[in-house]
Design a protein around this ligand. Structure first.
Ligand SMILES: *Cc1c(COP(=O)(O)O)cnc(C)c1O
Length: 244
């Protein structure tokens, strides 16, 4: 059974409260942290319930799945769509047309493809650079587990800076599955340090955003400076993959 708008609102308020407390605990301003509500594999009725509960920022992993939902609620004011999953080149057109944010930019090739498509449509896209901080082999994002090699990342980021329709706003990571909270916090800290490293060397950039933390570990991410947390199940309930 999908959750009701009332239940979604209760969950949303509870998460907002936890974010608030965690921010105050570490001397941060609660309003600099935004919640992206992850709707992948949730049916349209859940998104409509989320709208009723006052939610306006949504995250999706698969552009094809997202487009139907985006079109269905296109008349609702103030809605923002965030692409958070790995993007295959042939789906780039959908992202350039329908999304406001792309958290999962992970190659120069995709950046340049998005740039061409955005230029054609006279649109721009806010992007975050995705890094693989945990060093797993089967993971997307630029490999960044070894700080002594971080300088090797600079040339590719400089190439992406030359795409005028991409606005580079910060960094994103997803820690390895099955890490402890303590380990996750270590990965989040490392992403923040990587941000500081890049910011110092690429001073024309404004790397203010850190997209990190999910239902399982968002307080740890906030302690390490997250400005965007990507939360699905803790607000919308379990995903129902049987509905496709
Ligand atoms: C699914 C997903 C989330 C949300 O996970 P929950 O456990 O539902 O909070 C966050 N980020 C990414 C990249 C995801 O794929």
């Amino acid at each position: 059974m999908p959750l009701s708008a009332e239940q979604i609102q209760i969950n949303y308020l509870r998460i907002q409260e936890k974010i608030h407390q965690t921010a105050l605990k570490c001397g941060r301003k609660p309003d600099e942290i935004r919640i992206v509500v992850v709707t992948k594999s949730q049916p349209l009725e859940v998104i409509k319930a989320a709208i009723e509960a006052g939610i306006r920022s949504f995250g999706e992993n698969y552009p094809e799945e997202a487009v139907g939902k985006i079109n269905a609620i296109r008349d609702v004011e103030g809605v923002e769509w965030h692409m958070i999953g790995h993007l295959q080149s042939r789906k780039a057109k959908l992202v350039s047309t329908y999304f406001d944010w792309m958290h999962s930019l992970d190659s120069v090739r995709i950046a340049e493809k998005l740039e061409r498509l955005l230029a054609e449509q006279n649109r721009s896209l806010k992007v975050l650079l995705e890094f693989n901080i945990g060093g797993e082999i089967s993971k997307y994002g630029w490999s960044a587990s070894n700080p002594s090699r971080w300088f090797e990342l600079l040339p590719e980021i400089e190439q992406i800076q030359r795409c005028p329709h991409l606005q580079i706003c910060g960094l994103m990571t997803m820690p390895p599955l099955s890490t402890t909270l303590e380990e996750a916090q270590g990965y989040f800290r490392k992403l923040r340090l990587l941000r500081d490293f890049l910011q110092e060397r690429l001073s024309s950039l404004n790397l203010t955003e850190l997209s990190m933390g999910t239902s399982a570990d968002f307080p740890a991410a906030i302690l390490e400076g997250a400005t965007m947390v990507r939360i699905g199940q803790a607000i919308l309930g379990p995903r129902d993959y049987s509905r496709g």
